[in-house]
Design a protein around this ligand. Structure first.
Ligand code: UDP
Length: 350
């Protein structure tokens, strides 16, 4: 029988791409989402891409412990991928209580049910934000985490620690009273961008986008007047920040590799961490000009003051993921930027 993966937040940007790749790899998927930050566009897209009309969808708020527990009662779940979280840095500074409550309580509920239903494999979506302004680049998983500069970033660090501690504490569980061990992987994403090649699923930011690529595509389509490039006086070659932009489909495939590693009993430790990036730094200016070139569009942009809180440069050493997960980013930044543009045009036609 196919193994089943619960994808919390599975109707969102990353969750929908991961659902597609899990199904392509032969897994059964249960999508749980409270739809607080998305509509059904991506879930409908997932059904079209996979040709599967029968993917179970559960309208569930993961902050509701009883509702989460029902999922584990109703389905035999072999692994959970937990995406259900708020993700806007600025909003988290303004609304810390909302961020801590949502991001921590939802994860605690997942872990508690995972433990009480015989144990489970749990994949947590973490972020390169945990490294802050690292001194040595590229960063490895051993690079020390720096104190978070936003409540959002702090929730990523705290959830990593919670997962580590729960793995440790539950390792002794032998099934008595249904309690089993929890195993965990945290994937630290760098900057996920782009959309599925079908242009049926992609990022759907609400309101004014915070992230660079949605802002670029919305400017190109005419929804925004002009892109602000935040800072051109950084100590980099062209003065703009350096990031590691990882294609969303490549990122989704890393999840399949990590879930298979857990389910197939290939983990070397009960709790593991992997960087998920390309290993290649790209500047904001380079990304903007590549977007223009690849898609044959002229983008209105201007140089603006630095954005508070931005680090100058961060990119991943991905050797561990390459070796242990047998995974590597393959899609070029050109193809990824073409997919982001195709998705924006698809949205405009709807
Ligand atoms: N950025 C920009 N203009 C924008 C949005 C972002 O110049 O409208 C820059 C930002 O300063 C950073 C890079 O693009 O250097 C990536 O920002 P994003 O918010 O996408 O991701 P982050 O790296 O902050 O997680």
């Amino acid at each position: 029988m196919a193994k089943r993966v619960l994808v919390s937040g599975g109707a969102g940007y990353i969750g929908s791409h991961v659902t597609v790749e899990l199904i392509a790899a032969g897994y059964d998927v249960v999508v749980a989402d409270n739809m607080s930050n998305c509509d059904m566009t991506c879930f409908e897209g997932v059904k079209k891409i996979t040709g599967r009309d029968d993917i179970p969808f559960e309208l569930t708020d993961c902050c509701d412990a009883a509702a989460v527990d029902r999922l584990f009662t109703d389905y035999q779940i072999d692994a959970v991928i937990h995406f259900a979280a708020y993700k806007a840095v600025g909003e988290s500074v303004a609304e810390p209580i909302m961020y801590y409550r949502n991001n921590l309580v939802s994860f605690l509920n997942i872990l508690e049910s995972a433990k009480n239903h015989g144990g489970c494999n749990v994949l947590f979506s973490s972020s390169a934000t945990v490294y802050g302004e690292a001194e040595d680049l590229p960063v490895t998983e051993q690079t020390p985490r720096l104190p978070a500069t936003s409540p959002y970033g702090n929730t990523k660090q705290i959830c990593e620690d919670i997962l580590r501690d729960v793995v440790k504490a539950t390792a002794i569980n032998d099934g008595t009273d249904g309690r089993g061990p929890v195993k965990g992987i945290a994937l630290r994403y760098f900057n996920p961008i782009g959309a599925h090649p079908s242009a049926l699923i992609g990022e759907l930011p609400r309101g004014v986008p915070n992230n660079l690529v949605p802002f670029i595509t919305q400017t190109a389509i005419g929804k925004r007047e002009c892109l602000n490039i935040f800072g051109n006086d950084y100590p980099t070659e062209d003065g703009t920040c350096l990031r590691d932009y990882i294609d969303i489909v490549d990122l989704a495939k890393a999840h399949v590799a990590a879930v298979s590693r857990m389910i197939d009993g290939k983990m070397k430790e009960g709790y593991e961490i992997f960087n998920i990036g390309t290993g290649r730094p790209v500047s904001v200016y380079e990304l903007v000009t590549t977007f223009e070139k690849v898609n044959g569009v002229k983008l209105a942009y201007r140089f603006a003051p630095r954005r508070p809180g931005d680090v100058v440069a961060i990119w991943a050493d991905t050797s561990l993921a390459n070796e242990e997960l047998g995974w590597k980013a393959t899609r070029s930044v050109e193809d990824t930027l073409a997919s982001a543009w195709a998705w924006e045009k698809h949205l405009a036609e709807k």
